[in-house]
Design a protein around this ligand. Structure first.
Ligand SMILES: Cc1ncc(COP(=O)(O)O)c(C=O)c1O
Length: 366
């Protein structure tokens, strides 16, 4: 067995798991449908009660004129930026160099839409007002990702968001929110979704991350923008004849979990402090501002994996199924707090972190 397989199997076999809401199995879909009547009619190519009511509910929640359900955030965001580029007649946008569009979408924005991207900052920090002010070239849109996932889910201050929003409005640059994890940052900002979204011209939120739905995304904005986004959704083949399995489950888990984001944030702070108390381990950010953070080791992946395998087997708590190289002999994994954390007995958590600390000292202590 390779070390990765060993890690995955130790993770799967552990009694409890630190992150997320549970296994992504078919039971997740079944649960969402338990209280749904058989007579509930399917949506049909983007129309029908089930999709329209959910879109209206999301538009109201985000404080926008209209919202459109998309099968994926990847599709929704490329379309949003395409619309803003067509609007201005300039195929250029600006975003963080570690944006999802830049590193996880096989250059869809460039290959499908011919849109050029300009980087706003260095990869290791969040976007600040000075970065947008210093762009030095015209762009049609600026995309901000809240929280910035690839740097542990860090956030700019709310004041910074307000300043960037004002600047973009003055400069006639559209501001788009990659709010894949918007719900997850509301407790930190102590703002409503609508308050944050009012700073942006268009907004995307994910329906499967923090709330744990099956898949799907919402793209919201004014009527003219969302009307165009529906045309592009059709062009992309995103108007599946029936999207209701995703919509019904998104609606169900939104109801179940959108109110629990404060609890997940507190859990993230607790668990990050536990990791930080272990020898040779640190988290990014040190104090989480959402339900997510990165756990970092100043040692190569090959040396850390066996430590985690051993810990997971002995402690019965799965902390990760993978470890990623992060250059120059260091590695990390991501943690997302969800419903599973509250199921772990407190004494087991305390024991597991004590044991992790000891193992790190034994292997790497001087
Ligand atoms: C920050 C961010 N934006 C966009 C996306 C795209 O979402 P989807 O998987 O629905 O295409 C993701 C997915 O991981 C993400 O993390």
């Amino acid at each position: 067995m390779t070390e990765l397989n060993r890690l995955q199997s130790a993770f799967k076999q552990s009694t409890y798991q630190l992150s997320n809401h549970g296994t992504r199995n078919t039971g997740v879909l079944k649960k969402a449908f338990e209280a749904v009547a058989d007579e509930t009619e399917s949506d049909l190519y983007g129309t029908g009660q089930v999709i329209e009511e959910f879109q209206e509910k999301m538009a109201a929640f985000l404080g926008k004129e209209a919202a459109v359900f998309f099968p994926s955030g990847t599709m929704a965001q490329q379309i949003a930026l395409r619309i803003w580029c067509d609007d201005k007649g300039l195929k250029k946008v600006a975003y963080h160099p570690l944006s999802h569009l830049e590193i996880h979408e096989e250059d869809g924005l460039k290959e499908l839409h011919g849109i050029e991207a300009v980087y706003l900052t260095d990869p290791d920090r969040v976007v600040e007002l000075k970065d947008v002010e210093a762009l030095g070239q015209e762009v049609s849109a600026v995309l901000l990702e809240l929280p910035q996932r690839e740097i542990g889910g860090q956030l700019p201050s709310f004041e910074t968001l307000e300043q960037i929003s004002r600047h973009c409005r003055d400069e006639k640059i559209k501001l788009h929110l990659d709010g894949a994890r918007l719900l997850e940052v509301l407790p930190y900002y102590e703002k409503s979704a609508a308050q944050i979204c009012s700073l942006f011209d268009s907004v995307y939120i994910s329906l499967y991350k923090g709330i744990g739905g099956i898949a799907g995304a919402i793209l919201a904005g004014d009527e003219a923008f969302t009307k165009q986004s529906k045309v592009w959704k059709r062009r992309h083949g995103g108007d599946l004849i029936s999207l209701y399995p995703y919509i019904v489950s998104a609606d169900y888990y939104f109801g179940e979990r959108s109110g629990k984001m404060g609890q997940y944030l507190e859990a993230a702070k607790q668990v990050a402090a536990l990791f930080n108390s272990c020898y040779g381990i640190s988290t990014l950010p040190k104090v989480p501002v959402s339900n997510m953070f990165h756990v970092r080791f100043a040692h190569p992946k090959e040396e850390i994996e066996p430590v985690i395998v051993e810990l997971q087997q002995e402690a019965g708590i799965g902390i990760t199924s993978y470890v990623k190289e992060s250059g120059s002999g260091s590695c990390y994994f991501e943690v997302h707090m969800g419903d599973q954390y509250e199921e772990i007995p407190e004494d087991l958590i305390a024991e597991a972190f004590k044991s992790l600390d000891q193992k790190m000292i034994e292997r790497f202590g001087k």
